[in-house]
Design a protein around this ligand. Structure first.
Ligand SMILES: [Zn+2]
Length: 75
C-alpha cells in the first residue's frame, strides 16, 4: 500500500487522487510521486500523478496535500 498517500487528512490511492484533481472518475492512474514544487496557496507539499480521464487522453495532475489547490497540465 506504499503508493497510497495522505491528502487533506485522508489516505488516497492514485485513482482517488486523480479523481480529486479531475473532479470525476478516471479510468487509470500511475503511482503517486512527490512533485518538485510547493503549493502556491499554502506552501504545503504537492503530489503529482499521471492519469487517463478517458482512453484517448493522458493528463498530469498536481494536488496539494494540505488544501484544495490542484492543477493539470491542460492549464
Ligand atoms: Zn495548499
Amino acid at each position: 500500500m506504499a503508493e497510497n498517500r495522505v491528502v487533506q487528512g485522508r489516505m488516497v490511492t492514485p485513482g482517488r487522487l486523480a479523481e480529486l484533481i479531475e473532479g470525476e472518475s478516471v479510468i487509470d492512474a500511475e503511482p503517486i510521486e512527490d512533485a518538485d514544487r510547493s503549493c502556491p496557496d499554502c506552501d504545503g507539499d504537492v503530489l503529482v500523478v499521471g492519469y487517463m480521464p478517458s482512453a484517448l487522453e493522458f493528463v498530469t495532475g498536481w494536488k496539494c496535500q494540505e488544501c484544495d489547490w490542484r492543477r493539470t497540465d491542460r492549464e
